[in-house]
Design a protein around this ligand. Structure first.
Ligand code: DOR
Ligand code: ZN
Length: 419
């Protein structure tokens, strides 16, 4: 088993006994009424994804809470946080309640909603943060859009601070990004697509950090994609600011070269960057500057994707490919498995103050069994998500969840071991 939060040895061979939804004992040769043999596999805390677009309410043709949570369980996730850019926007109690209720009805993984910062994501008036907090939001964000107005951001920080909620910024200075469809650089010039500069992200993070310093509020940078951004976050952490950040598997695995063939599945916001950025992100993940791996699972249908690159909606699927993509870095020796599992579990739990993320005795039995070598070729049929917008289709991916438990309850069973 692998439990970075507990600082147990990585290669500990152990049985985990679950009773009434909790981990009650860890050791060798434990006795229980039912035993599942997972010899040679990894038992890890259930994975936590801080950044998912479930699309319900309003865009159920792309994804809904049932298909999205099914995809999450298959990806090894036991908790996912869903972004408020639904229709209507999750900017008030009724919408938060609806999401929480639907997720409970479906009964697969835990869904923790993120509330909007501004009403309608319009960047003008603050959303009903207090009421949404009562209904269960764990953070606030206008994700999909940045908070451009610094005065509004300051007020949002002050408000969030009184509720101890992290504010999640989609860092993109719209005056700098100017609608660029990919990263500004040699590839964009070569293929004739308007780009957006890396500084569109880092300039906003630099501004935000000044306001964090002023307000003392918790700040989380969504999907960091540039070397400059991680340098700023590293420095802010060194100064003791309450700052965390996440990186997506696609920004770690791909660069703007992937856009060369105008494949709209490679169009994401922030855009795929350069090799130098990719290397800086890997280094920042390894040294702990980056707290969490978050998928930014962004399902879109062919209506949004089978169009010209510039017109296509940004976003790609992530829930079912995150683990194998990260395990590739482990196989290549770029990252160690303990660090990767920490960034999928304890790291995100701490960033948003969520329960879970460790296999401590007495904790709720959210856990995932991983076969690190299990290979598959990704096909549209294999994806449980309603949408199929993954640039990894057709590729061989290795390493996946074979069993996922939420509170001791089986929510995913790849091989029917539990039948
Ligand atoms: O690629 C993205 N897709 N980035 C975002 O910020 C929004 C997201 C979406 O909602 O599709
Ligand atoms: Zn975003």
């Amino acid at each position: 088993m692998l439990d970075p939060a507990a600082q147990r040895p990585v290669d500990q061979l152990a049985d985990v006994r679950i009773q009434q939804g909790r981990i009650v004992e860890i050791g060798r040769g434990l006795i229980a009424p039912r035993i599942i043999d997972v010899t040679d596999l990894w038992i890890v805390p259930g994975l936590i994804d801080l950044h998912v677009h479930l699309r319900e309410p309003g865009h159920e043709y792309k994804e809904d809470i049932e298909t999205g949570t099914r995809a999450a369980a298959a990806g090894g996730f036991t908790t996912i946080c869903c972004m408020p850019n639904t229709k209507p926007v999750n900017d008030q109690r009724a919408i938060t309640e609806l999401i929480v209720r639907r997720a409970q009805e479906v009964g697969l993984v835990r869904v923790r909603p993120i509330g909007a910062i501004s009403q309608g994501l319009e960047g003008k008036l603050l959303a009903e943060i207090a009421e949404m907090k009562e209904a269960g939001i764990v953070a606030i964000s206008d994700d999909g859009r940045p908070v451009m107005n610094a005065g509004l951001l300051r007020r949002a920080f002050e408000y969030a601070k009184t509720f101890d909620l992290p504010l999640v910024q989609h860092a993109e200075d719209l005056d700098l990004s100017e609608g660029g469809a990919m990263n500004e650089g040699a590839v964009a010039t070569r293929i004739g697509i308007k780009g957006q500069p890396a500084c569109a992200e880092s300039a906003m993070v630099a501004r935000d950090l000044e306001i964090v310093e002023w307000t003392g509020a918790r700040y989380h940078v969504a999907h960091v994609s540039t070397a400059r951004t991680v340098a700023l976050v590293r420095d802010a952490k060194r100064r003791g600011l309450p700052v965390t950040c996440e990186v997506t598997p696609h920004h770690l695995a791909l660069t703007d070269e992937a856009c060369s063939h105008y494949d709209t599945r490679t169009k994401v916001m922030p855009p795929l960057r350069t090799t130098a950025d990719q290397e800086a992100l890997l280094e920042a993940l390894a040294d702990g500057t980056i707290d969490a791996i978050a998928t930014d699972h962004a399902p879109h249908s062919s209506v949004e994707k089978d169009v010209e690159f510039e017109c296509a909606a940004p976003g790609m699927l992530g829930l079912e490919t995150a683990l194998p993509i990260l395990l590739d870095f482990v196989r290549m020796g770029t990252l160690d498995e303990k660090r990767v599992i920490a960034a999928f579990t304890g790291g995100p739990a701490r960033a948003f103050g969520l329960s879970g993320g460790s296999l401590a005795i007495g904790s709720v039995a959210d856990l995932t069994v991983i076969d690190p070598e299990r290979a598959m070729t990704l096909t549209p049929d294999a994806l449980l998500s309603k949408s199929k917008n993954s640039p990894f289709l057709g590729q061989k991916l290795a390493g996946r969840a074979v069993l996922t438990f939420v509170e001791g309850r089986l929510v995913y069973d790849l091989d029917g071991r539990m039948k």
